[in-house]
Design a protein around this ligand. Structure first.
Ligand SMILES: Nc1nc2c(ncn2[C@@H]2O[C@H](COP(=O)(O)OP(=O)(O)OP(=O)(O)O)[C@@H](O)[C@H]2O)c(=O)[nH]1
Ligand SMILES: [Mg+2]
Length: 361
Protein backbone atom coordinates (compact mmCIF):
# COMPACT_ATOMS: atom_id res chain seq x y z
CA UNK A 1 0.00 0.00 0.00
CA UNK A 2 1.37 3.39 -0.87
CA UNK A 3 1.83 5.87 1.93
CA UNK A 4 -0.56 8.34 0.31
CA UNK A 5 -3.47 5.89 0.06
CA UNK A 6 -3.76 5.52 3.79
CA UNK A 7 -2.89 8.98 5.09
CA UNK A 8 -4.49 12.35 4.72
CA UNK A 9 -2.14 14.76 3.06
CA UNK A 10 -3.04 17.56 5.39
CA UNK A 11 -2.58 15.80 8.69
CA UNK A 12 -0.16 12.96 7.94
CA UNK A 13 -2.59 10.97 10.07
CA UNK A 14 -3.79 7.57 8.95
CA UNK A 15 -7.25 7.58 7.37
CA UNK A 16 -9.93 5.32 8.76
CA UNK A 17 -12.46 3.77 6.42
CA UNK A 18 -15.97 2.85 7.49
CA UNK A 19 -18.04 0.10 5.92
CA UNK A 20 -21.69 -0.42 6.87
CA UNK A 21 -23.17 -3.92 6.86
CA UNK A 22 -26.91 -4.08 6.22
CA UNK A 23 -29.55 -6.63 5.28
CA UNK A 24 -32.41 -8.67 6.72
CA UNK A 25 -32.19 -10.49 10.03
CA UNK A 26 -30.36 -13.81 10.07
CA UNK A 27 -28.35 -13.18 6.93
CA UNK A 28 -25.06 -13.34 8.86
CA UNK A 29 -24.12 -9.67 9.29
CA UNK A 30 -22.81 -9.97 12.85
CA UNK A 31 -21.12 -13.31 12.07
CA UNK A 32 -19.32 -11.68 9.13
CA UNK A 33 -18.13 -8.80 11.31
CA UNK A 34 -17.01 -11.10 14.14
CA UNK A 35 -14.82 -13.02 11.67
CA UNK A 36 -12.88 -9.86 10.94
CA UNK A 37 -12.59 -8.19 14.30
CA UNK A 38 -12.23 -8.87 17.96
CA UNK A 39 -15.86 -7.91 18.38
CA UNK A 40 -18.22 -10.40 19.88
CA UNK A 41 -21.46 -9.07 18.47
CA UNK A 42 -24.46 -11.20 19.35
CA UNK A 43 -25.30 -13.84 16.79
CA UNK A 44 -28.82 -15.18 16.45
CA UNK A 45 -29.89 -18.78 16.73
CA UNK A 46 -33.63 -18.54 16.21
CA UNK A 47 -36.08 -16.75 13.95
CA UNK A 48 -36.10 -13.58 16.05
CA UNK A 49 -33.77 -10.79 15.08
CA UNK A 50 -30.66 -10.66 17.23
CA UNK A 51 -28.93 -7.32 16.70
CA UNK A 52 -31.25 -4.63 18.04
CA UNK A 53 -29.03 -1.59 17.75
CA UNK A 54 -26.31 -0.19 15.54
CA UNK A 55 -22.82 -1.19 16.72
CA UNK A 56 -19.46 0.16 15.64
CA UNK A 57 -16.37 -2.02 15.81
CA UNK A 58 -13.15 -0.52 17.06
CA UNK A 59 -10.79 0.38 14.24
CA UNK A 60 -8.76 -2.59 13.02
CA UNK A 61 -5.91 -2.94 10.59
CA UNK A 62 -6.42 -4.61 7.24
CA UNK A 63 -3.16 -4.70 5.34
CA UNK A 64 -2.14 -1.27 6.47
CA UNK A 65 -5.56 0.38 6.29
CA UNK A 66 -7.62 1.23 9.34
CA UNK A 67 -11.20 0.06 9.06
CA UNK A 68 -14.31 0.18 11.21
CA UNK A 69 -17.42 -1.85 10.45
CA UNK A 70 -20.95 -0.87 11.34
CA UNK A 71 -23.33 -3.65 12.31
CA UNK A 72 -26.98 -2.77 11.76
CA UNK A 73 -30.33 -4.36 12.62
CA UNK A 74 -32.59 -5.36 9.75
CA UNK A 75 -36.02 -3.94 8.97
CA UNK A 76 -37.75 -6.95 10.41
CA UNK A 77 -40.17 -5.56 12.92
CA UNK A 78 -39.49 -8.15 15.64
CA UNK A 79 -37.60 -6.59 18.55
CA UNK A 80 -37.54 -2.95 17.52
CA UNK A 81 -39.75 -0.98 15.20
CA UNK A 82 -38.66 -0.33 11.65
CA UNK A 83 -38.79 3.41 12.25
CA UNK A 84 -36.29 3.04 15.11
CA UNK A 85 -34.07 0.98 12.81
CA UNK A 86 -34.22 3.71 10.19
CA UNK A 87 -33.39 6.41 12.73
CA UNK A 88 -30.41 4.45 14.05
CA UNK A 89 -29.00 3.65 10.61
CA UNK A 90 -29.51 7.24 9.48
CA UNK A 91 -27.87 8.57 12.65
CA UNK A 92 -24.85 6.29 12.29
CA UNK A 93 -24.36 7.32 8.66
CA UNK A 94 -24.73 10.94 9.61
CA UNK A 95 -22.10 10.56 12.34
CA UNK A 96 -19.73 8.96 9.84
CA UNK A 97 -20.44 11.71 7.32
CA UNK A 98 -19.56 14.41 9.79
CA UNK A 99 -16.45 12.71 11.13
CA UNK A 100 -12.94 12.26 9.79
CA UNK A 101 -13.85 8.70 8.70
CA UNK A 102 -14.44 7.91 5.07
CA UNK A 103 -17.36 5.73 4.12
CA UNK A 104 -15.68 3.27 1.78
CA UNK A 105 -18.77 1.26 0.97
CA UNK A 106 -21.85 -0.62 2.06
CA UNK A 107 -22.43 -4.35 2.22
CA UNK A 108 -25.90 -5.79 1.75
CA UNK A 109 -26.09 -9.40 2.95
CA UNK A 110 -28.41 -11.94 1.36
CA UNK A 111 -28.68 -15.64 2.08
CA UNK A 112 -28.10 -17.65 -1.09
CA UNK A 113 -30.56 -20.22 0.30
CA UNK A 114 -33.42 -17.70 0.01
CA UNK A 115 -35.14 -17.92 -3.35
CA UNK A 116 -37.65 -15.13 -2.77
CA UNK A 117 -37.40 -11.42 -2.22
CA UNK A 118 -40.91 -10.81 -0.94
CA UNK A 119 -42.03 -9.83 2.57
CA UNK A 120 -39.22 -8.90 4.92
CA UNK A 121 -36.47 -9.41 2.32
CA UNK A 122 -38.23 -7.13 -0.12
CA UNK A 123 -38.83 -4.47 2.51
CA UNK A 124 -35.18 -4.55 3.57
CA UNK A 125 -33.95 -4.21 0.03
CA UNK A 126 -36.36 -1.36 -0.79
CA UNK A 127 -35.19 0.48 2.32
CA UNK A 128 -31.58 -0.21 1.38
CA UNK A 129 -32.09 1.27 -2.07
CA UNK A 130 -33.68 4.39 -0.66
CA UNK A 131 -30.89 4.80 1.87
CA UNK A 132 -28.19 4.49 -0.80
CA UNK A 133 -29.78 6.21 -3.79
CA UNK A 134 -28.32 5.54 -7.23
CA UNK A 135 -25.12 7.52 -7.29
CA UNK A 136 -23.26 5.51 -4.64
CA UNK A 137 -24.03 2.03 -5.96
CA UNK A 138 -20.48 1.44 -7.21
CA UNK A 139 -19.53 1.30 -3.53
CA UNK A 140 -22.16 -1.34 -2.77
CA UNK A 141 -21.40 -5.06 -2.57
CA UNK A 142 -24.20 -7.59 -2.29
CA UNK A 143 -22.66 -10.38 -0.22
CA UNK A 144 -24.26 -13.81 -0.42
CA UNK A 145 -23.92 -16.00 2.67
CA UNK A 146 -24.78 -19.59 3.66
CA UNK A 147 -23.03 -21.26 0.73
CA UNK A 148 -22.40 -24.27 2.96
CA UNK A 149 -26.18 -24.75 3.17
CA UNK A 150 -26.81 -25.26 -0.52
CA UNK A 151 -25.61 -27.57 -3.31
CA UNK A 152 -23.01 -25.68 -5.36
CA UNK A 153 -24.88 -25.97 -8.70
CA UNK A 154 -28.11 -24.76 -7.16
CA UNK A 155 -26.29 -21.88 -5.44
CA UNK A 156 -24.61 -20.91 -8.70
CA UNK A 157 -27.90 -21.02 -10.61
CA UNK A 158 -29.51 -18.87 -7.95
CA UNK A 159 -26.63 -16.41 -8.07
CA UNK A 160 -27.22 -16.00 -11.82
CA UNK A 161 -30.89 -15.28 -11.12
CA UNK A 162 -29.97 -12.75 -8.42
CA UNK A 163 -27.68 -10.94 -10.85
CA UNK A 164 -29.94 -10.96 -13.89
CA UNK A 165 -33.56 -10.73 -12.76
CA UNK A 166 -35.13 -7.31 -12.22
CA UNK A 167 -37.03 -8.65 -9.20
CA UNK A 168 -33.69 -9.38 -7.51
CA UNK A 169 -30.45 -7.38 -7.68
CA UNK A 170 -30.21 -6.69 -11.43
CA UNK A 171 -31.33 -3.04 -11.09
CA UNK A 172 -28.50 -2.20 -8.68
CA UNK A 173 -25.89 -4.33 -10.45
CA UNK A 174 -26.72 -2.50 -13.69
CA UNK A 175 -25.86 0.73 -11.83
CA UNK A 176 -22.49 -0.40 -10.54
CA UNK A 177 -23.13 -2.59 -7.47
CA UNK A 178 -21.20 -5.87 -7.31
CA UNK A 179 -22.06 -9.27 -5.94
CA UNK A 180 -19.61 -11.43 -3.96
CA UNK A 181 -19.74 -14.83 -2.31
CA UNK A 182 -18.86 -15.21 1.34
CA UNK A 183 -18.04 -18.74 2.45
CA UNK A 184 -18.03 -17.96 6.16
CA UNK A 185 -14.24 -17.89 6.56
CA UNK A 186 -12.08 -15.02 7.75
CA UNK A 187 -10.21 -15.04 4.45
CA UNK A 188 -13.40 -14.68 2.45
CA UNK A 189 -14.56 -11.80 4.67
CA UNK A 190 -11.16 -10.11 4.37
CA UNK A 191 -11.17 -10.45 0.62
CA UNK A 192 -14.59 -8.74 0.41
CA UNK A 193 -13.40 -5.83 2.58
CA UNK A 194 -10.16 -5.66 0.59
CA UNK A 195 -12.13 -5.39 -2.66
CA UNK A 196 -14.20 -2.52 -1.26
CA UNK A 197 -11.11 -0.68 -0.07
CA UNK A 198 -9.30 -1.17 -3.38
CA UNK A 199 -12.23 0.21 -5.42
CA UNK A 200 -12.69 3.11 -3.09
CA UNK A 201 -11.43 6.30 -4.66
CA UNK A 202 -13.45 9.18 -3.36
CA UNK A 203 -15.60 9.13 -0.25
CA UNK A 204 -18.89 7.47 -0.97
CA UNK A 205 -21.91 9.55 0.01
CA UNK A 206 -25.25 7.87 0.37
CA UNK A 207 -28.53 9.53 -0.51
CA UNK A 208 -29.68 9.64 3.12
CA UNK A 209 -26.44 11.32 4.19
CA UNK A 210 -26.92 14.04 1.57
CA UNK A 211 -30.56 14.52 2.52
CA UNK A 212 -29.85 14.84 6.24
CA UNK A 213 -26.94 17.15 5.58
CA UNK A 214 -29.23 19.34 3.49
CA UNK A 215 -31.51 19.66 6.53
CA UNK A 216 -34.28 17.35 5.31
CA UNK A 217 -36.02 15.76 8.27
CA UNK A 218 -35.85 11.99 8.62
CA UNK A 219 -39.52 11.41 7.71
CA UNK A 220 -39.12 13.46 4.53
CA UNK A 221 -36.06 11.58 3.26
CA UNK A 222 -36.63 9.04 0.49
CA UNK A 223 -36.08 6.20 2.98
CA UNK A 224 -38.44 7.83 5.49
CA UNK A 225 -41.13 8.23 2.84
CA UNK A 226 -40.70 4.64 1.71
CA UNK A 227 -41.03 3.39 5.27
CA UNK A 228 -44.11 5.53 5.87
CA UNK A 229 -45.71 4.18 2.70
CA UNK A 230 -44.89 0.65 3.80
CA UNK A 231 -46.35 1.18 7.28
CA UNK A 232 -49.56 2.63 5.84
CA UNK A 233 -49.92 -0.22 3.35
CA UNK A 234 -49.47 -2.78 6.11
CA UNK A 235 -52.05 -0.97 8.21
CA UNK A 236 -54.55 -0.96 5.31
CA UNK A 237 -53.96 -4.70 4.77
CA UNK A 238 -54.68 -5.39 8.45
CA UNK A 239 -57.80 -3.20 8.29
CA UNK A 240 -59.06 -5.30 5.37
CA UNK A 241 -58.36 -8.46 7.39
CA UNK A 242 -60.16 -6.93 10.35
CA UNK A 243 -63.26 -6.26 8.25
CA UNK A 244 -63.33 -9.93 7.19
CA UNK A 245 -62.89 -11.10 10.81
CA UNK A 246 -65.72 -8.80 11.98
CA UNK A 247 -67.99 -10.17 9.26
CA UNK A 248 -67.16 -13.75 10.30
CA UNK A 249 -67.76 -12.84 13.93
CA UNK A 250 -71.24 -11.53 13.16
CA UNK A 251 -71.96 -14.78 11.35
CA UNK A 252 -70.64 -16.85 14.31
CA UNK A 253 -72.90 -14.88 16.67
CA UNK A 254 -75.89 -15.40 14.37
CA UNK A 255 -75.20 -19.16 14.34
CA UNK A 256 -74.56 -19.17 18.12
CA UNK A 257 -71.12 -20.71 17.41
CA UNK A 258 -69.43 -19.65 20.66
CA UNK A 259 -66.10 -21.38 19.98
CA UNK A 260 -65.58 -19.66 16.62
CA UNK A 261 -66.72 -16.35 18.08
CA UNK A 262 -64.03 -16.58 20.79
CA UNK A 263 -61.28 -17.45 18.28
CA UNK A 264 -62.34 -14.59 16.05
CA UNK A 265 -62.47 -12.19 19.00
CA UNK A 266 -58.82 -13.04 19.72
CA UNK A 267 -57.95 -12.52 16.07
CA UNK A 268 -59.74 -9.16 16.10
CA UNK A 269 -57.80 -8.08 19.19
CA UNK A 270 -54.48 -9.04 17.58
CA UNK A 271 -55.29 -7.12 14.40
CA UNK A 272 -56.42 -4.05 16.33
CA UNK A 273 -53.15 -4.02 18.28
CA UNK A 274 -51.12 -4.34 15.07
CA UNK A 275 -53.08 -1.56 13.35
CA UNK A 276 -52.59 0.76 16.35
CA UNK A 277 -48.90 -0.04 16.49
CA UNK A 278 -48.39 0.66 12.78
CA UNK A 279 -50.34 3.92 13.02
CA UNK A 280 -48.31 4.95 16.05
CA UNK A 281 -45.06 4.05 14.29
CA UNK A 282 -46.03 6.04 11.24
CA UNK A 283 -46.92 9.06 13.39
CA UNK A 284 -43.68 8.82 15.38
CA UNK A 285 -41.42 8.60 12.34
CA UNK A 286 -40.88 12.34 12.43
CA UNK A 287 -39.60 12.35 16.00
CA UNK A 288 -36.77 10.69 17.88
CA UNK A 289 -33.99 11.21 15.36
CA UNK A 290 -32.08 13.64 17.57
CA UNK A 291 -32.30 11.13 20.40
CA UNK A 292 -30.93 8.33 18.20
CA UNK A 293 -28.13 10.63 17.14
CA UNK A 294 -27.28 11.44 20.72
CA UNK A 295 -27.29 7.85 21.84
CA UNK A 296 -25.24 6.57 18.94
CA UNK A 297 -22.91 9.55 19.12
CA UNK A 298 -21.59 8.38 22.46
CA UNK A 299 -21.13 4.83 21.20
CA UNK A 300 -19.44 6.11 18.08
CA UNK A 301 -17.14 8.32 20.04
CA UNK A 302 -16.04 5.55 22.38
CA UNK A 303 -15.39 3.14 19.48
CA UNK A 304 -13.54 5.52 17.24
CA UNK A 305 -11.90 7.80 19.76
CA UNK A 306 -8.56 6.00 20.01
CA UNK A 307 -7.67 7.08 16.51
CA UNK A 308 -9.31 10.47 16.49
CA UNK A 309 -7.76 13.44 18.17
CA UNK A 310 -10.49 15.44 19.89
CA UNK A 311 -10.01 18.41 17.57
CA UNK A 312 -11.09 16.35 14.57
CA UNK A 313 -14.55 15.81 16.02
CA UNK A 314 -15.40 19.49 15.95
CA UNK A 315 -15.51 19.38 12.15
CA UNK A 316 -18.55 17.16 12.16
CA UNK A 317 -20.44 18.93 14.93
CA UNK A 318 -22.00 21.36 12.46
CA UNK A 319 -23.75 19.10 9.94
CA UNK A 320 -24.80 16.51 12.49
CA UNK A 321 -26.35 18.99 14.87
CA UNK A 322 -27.85 20.96 12.01
CA UNK A 323 -29.55 17.82 10.73
CA UNK A 324 -30.88 16.96 14.17
CA UNK A 325 -32.15 20.48 14.72
CA UNK A 326 -34.35 20.40 11.63
CA UNK A 327 -36.41 17.72 13.30
CA UNK A 328 -39.46 18.73 15.23
CA UNK A 329 -38.50 16.92 18.40
CA UNK A 330 -34.97 18.27 18.44
CA UNK A 331 -36.21 20.79 20.99
CA UNK A 332 -34.13 19.09 23.65
CA UNK A 333 -30.99 19.44 21.58
CA UNK A 334 -31.82 23.04 20.78
CA UNK A 335 -32.43 23.91 24.41
CA UNK A 336 -29.17 22.34 25.47
CA UNK A 337 -27.32 24.12 22.68
CA UNK A 338 -28.79 27.42 23.83
CA UNK A 339 -28.10 26.75 27.47
CA UNK A 340 -24.57 25.44 26.97
CA UNK A 341 -23.16 27.19 23.91
CA UNK A 342 -19.72 26.85 25.36
CA UNK A 343 -19.82 23.08 25.56
CA UNK A 344 -19.42 22.29 21.90
CA UNK A 345 -21.00 19.27 20.26
CA UNK A 346 -19.58 16.51 22.42
CA UNK A 347 -20.30 18.43 25.61
CA UNK A 348 -23.93 18.88 24.56
CA UNK A 349 -24.01 15.23 23.65
CA UNK A 350 -22.85 14.28 27.10
CA UNK A 351 -25.54 16.44 28.71
CA UNK A 352 -28.22 15.01 26.44
CA UNK A 353 -27.03 11.51 27.06
CA UNK A 354 -27.22 11.66 30.80
CA UNK A 355 -30.96 10.87 31.10
CA UNK A 356 -30.64 7.91 28.74
CA UNK A 357 -27.47 6.40 30.11
CA UNK A 358 -29.32 3.77 32.09
CA UNK A 359 -31.69 2.69 29.39
CA UNK A 360 -29.40 2.50 26.38
CA UNK A 361 -27.39 -0.63 25.70
N1 LIG B 1 -24.31 -22.32 7.98
C1 LIG B 1 -24.06 -21.01 8.05
N2 LIG B 1 -24.55 -20.32 9.09
C2 LIG B 1 -24.30 -19.00 9.13
C3 LIG B 1 -23.52 -18.32 8.16
N3 LIG B 1 -23.46 -17.01 8.50
C4 LIG B 1 -24.18 -16.88 9.63
N4 LIG B 1 -24.67 -18.06 10.02
C5 LIG B 1 -25.55 -18.34 11.17
O1 LIG B 1 -26.77 -17.68 10.92
C6 LIG B 1 -27.36 -17.22 12.13
C7 LIG B 1 -27.65 -15.72 12.04
O2 LIG B 1 -26.42 -15.03 11.95
P1 LIG B 1 -26.23 -13.55 12.51
O3 LIG B 1 -24.80 -13.19 12.26
O4 LIG B 1 -26.78 -13.39 13.86
O5 LIG B 1 -27.18 -12.78 11.48
P2 LIG B 1 -27.52 -11.21 11.49
O6 LIG B 1 -27.67 -10.83 10.05
O7 LIG B 1 -26.53 -10.47 12.29
O8 LIG B 1 -28.96 -11.21 12.16
P3 LIG B 1 -29.67 -10.02 13.02
O9 LIG B 1 -28.71 -9.53 14.03
O10 LIG B 1 -30.87 -10.67 13.60
O11 LIG B 1 -30.04 -8.95 12.01
C8 LIG B 1 -26.37 -17.59 13.23
O12 LIG B 1 -26.81 -18.80 13.80
C9 LIG B 1 -25.06 -17.79 12.49
O13 LIG B 1 -24.21 -18.69 13.15
C10 LIG B 1 -22.99 -19.10 7.07
O14 LIG B 1 -22.34 -18.60 6.15
N5 LIG B 1 -23.28 -20.43 7.08
MG1 LIG C 1 -26.74 -9.30 13.95
Amino acid sequence: MSESSGRTAAEGRQETFAIAVMGPTGTGKSTFINLLTNSDFGVGNDLESCTDSVHFTSPFDLEGKQVILIDTPGFDDTKITDSDVLKMIAASLSLIRGSHLKLAGVIYMHRIIDNRMGGISGRNFRMFRHLCGDSSLSNVVIVTSMWDQIATELGEAREVELKTKPIFFEPVIARGARIARHNNTTESARSIIRSILSRHSEQSTLQIQEELEAGISINATKAGQELDKDLRERSVRHQDELRVVMEEMREAIRLRDEESRKDLALEREKLEVMIKRLEHESASLASGYAEALTRLGAKFQSSVKPLAPRSSFSSFAQPVVAAAETESNAILEGKIAAAFPILGFWGRLAVMLAPFSLSWK
